[in-house]
Ligand binder design. Structure first.
Ligand code: GTP
Ligand code: MG
Length: 314
């Protein structure tokens, strides 16, 4: 069955992952008897797909339990069970908090992971339904403001910007205050790239978060940490420190189109204790997908008809 809309976008964005390591996982399951060799192969392949060793062991243990408890006999049944295990593993427990007036989304992360591009995509995504204002909180890197200004124009969304070297907390304060006064629904704020071990820069993120509440007591705040899927498990290990220091509430996983090892999707939530909210699958303004556990589990390990259709392409 051909896929349409966002399902097609997910499937295309995950193409390298799906037709690479996860296709092998699906083939291993559907082509073998369920025995110890199969579980060992599966664990190895999950690790190769960058699911991470701990998650790989846990997924395989869980699968083994379910196969026994439910008396599953065929590889196809085991595949369906694994898809469901992955779905539960990655699904967010609740939606993002966008209840405030305005709803503020602060975007943070290390250098070059795709923060500014993701903000442009978020502006495009929310701008169709809400009144969105952007805040150019990266006052550190030369030309960062101009880069965001260009994206803001493309997304058709206004921008609050100050000169290079301005205090980012002040820029974001102004944006939130002006959004509240002018009836905007949402403020999406950029920040300069930083490493978690630079204490001064990490403290600055705390100051920015506090400035949001000061600017508008009715504001809600989501702090989305951007991770680059190409660096996969390494990015997740580094992010553990980052999350603690910066009070992140969710993850944007970018560049999933650029890696066959998209398995890190599976371990982000458990390892960081934070749900993935959006996934980047390209450099264009509409290459951002709101994260759904069901859709991603299905895209990684398609059910039988899509899988058979997919085999011809691989
Ligand atoms: N293929 C692909 N490229 C992406 C994606 N997201 C961002 N990029 C590219 O990654 C590069 C860096 O993106 P930026 O948005 O400037 O990253 P940043 O985190 O704001 O960088 P700094 O502000 O320098 O810290 C650009 O070339 C983007 O086009 C994605 O989902 N897929
Ligand atoms: Mg940037």
């Amino acid at each position: 069955m051909p896929l349409f809309g966002s399902k097609k976008k997910i499937s295309d964005g995950l193409e390298k992952t799906r037709t690479g390591f996860f296709a092998r996982i699906a083939n291993t399951l559907t082509g073998s008897e369920i025995d110890d060799d199969l579980y060992n192969d599966l664990e190895e392949q999950l690790i190769l797909a960058d699911v991470g060793p701990e998650s790989a062991v846990r997924l395989v243990d869980e699968l083994r339990d379910q196969v026994e408890a439910q008396h599953l006999r065929t590889g196809q049944q085991a595949l369906d069970a694994l898809r469901e295990i992955i779905r539960l593993e990655i699904s967010p427990e609740a939606d993002m908090d966008l209840s405030g007036r305005p709803a503020v989304i602060l975007v943070i992360g290390v250098n070059g992971v795709g923060k500014t591009t993701s903000i442009a995509k978020l502006a495009h995504f929310y701008g169709r339904r809400k009144r969105v204002l952007l805040a150019a909180g990266d006052t550190f890197r030369a030309a960062a403001g101009e880069q965001l200004e260009l994206w803001a124009q493309r997304a058709g969304v206004p921008l609050v910007k100050a000169g290079e070297g301005a205090d980012p907390a002040a820029v974001i304060f102004d944006a939130v205050q002006s959004a509240a006064a002018r009836g905007y629904d949402m403020v999406i704020a950029d920040t300069a790239g930083r490493l978690h071990n630079k204490k001064g820069l990490m403290d600055e993120l705390g100051k920015i978060s506090r400035s949001v509440k000061k600017a508008a007591p009715e504001a809600s705040l989501e702090v989305l940490l951007v991770l680059d899927a190409i660096t996969g498990q390494n990015a997740i290990s580094q992010a553990q420190e980052f999350c603690k220091a910066a009070g992140a509430t969710g993850i944007i996983l970018t560049k999933l189109d650029g890696t066959p090892k998209g398995g890190c999707v599976v371990s982000v939530k458990r390892k960081l204790g934070l749900p993935i909210r959006f996934v980047g699958v390209g450099e264009q303004i509409d290459d951002l997908i709101p994260f759904s556990g069901t859709d991603f589990a299905e895209a990684l390990l398609p059910g039988l008809p899509a899988h058979e259709a997919g085999e011809g392409e691989a």
